[in-house]
Design a protein around this ligand. Structure first.
Ligand code: G3P
Length: 218
């Protein structure tokens, strides 16, 4: 399972890259706005920090402009994955860029049928938004399970299921249990994954007992 970080905050990315556990980064217009930086600058900087795919989202909604934006983003660095919305125009862009060998992440996926369309359009990643479905009283994780099961029926589909809109560590556990290829999570969720009170308690006891021995390993 790959871990992507869902942020455009380069400090956070640099900090978490040092764990050696970060395989890629996803951004969206909201995260770029939050960074307060120009999209081309911040995407290039992230691409130089993390070798894995860095998703950069188009900002237009019509086919021609999205395609031009996608080509410009893809030309920035070889590890850019162009993110397009799950609309008829977005999927046309997905097909055109994928045919040119560019990785495409299809975002704003809320149904299994949308995910089937993205796979047929040659997407490298499909991003079902788990948390936003939960927010409206639907089971976001059920969608992850459905898409994984459907894709598994068709080995010709090369699209990876990228569980997005992750809100807490239980989402990560559930996505892993269901076989999602990738989870993109806010930095705080990755940090939370390390936490268990029994780890802290056990370590404190080991340290106290070790101190009593008066020994040093080095
Ligand atoms: O980047 C897409 C997705 O992860 C957004 O998450 O929390 O805004 O629903 P959220």
């Amino acid at each position: 399972m790959k871990f992507f970080i869902d942020t455009a905050d380069v400090q956070e990315i640099r900090d978490l890259a040092s764990t050696g556990l970060v395989d890629g980064v996803t951004t969206n217009p909201t995260l770029i706005a939050k960074s307060g930086r120009k999209i081309l600058d911040v995407i290039a900087e992230i691409c130089d920090m993390i070798p894995g795919p860095i998703s950069a989202e188009v900002a237009a909604t019509d086919f021609e402009t999205m395609l031009a934006e996608g080509r410009k983003l893809a030309a920035l660095r070889s590890n850019v994955a162009v993110k397009v919305p799950l609309t008829p125009g977005g999927l046309k862009v997905c097909k055109a860029l994928s045919d040119d060998g560019v990785k495409v992440n299809v975002t704003l996926c809320f149904s299994a049928n949308q995910a089937i369309l993205a796979a047929k359009a040659g997407a490298s990643f499909i991003s079902p938004f788990v948390g936003r479905l939960d927010d409206i009283g639907q089971d976001g994780m059920e969608l992850i399970g459905d898409i994984v099961a459907i894709y598994n029926e068709y080995p010709a589909f090369k699209t990876e299921v990228l569980a997005a809109s992750i809100r807490h560590p239980i989402h990560v556990t559930d996505a892993a249990r269901l076989g999602a290829h990738v989870v993109t999570m806010p930095p705080a969720v990755l940090r939370q994954m390390y936490q268990h009170p029994l780890t802290d308690k056990g370590l404190a006891a080991f340290m106290a007992d070790w101190a009593k021995t008066g020994q040093s390993i080095l």
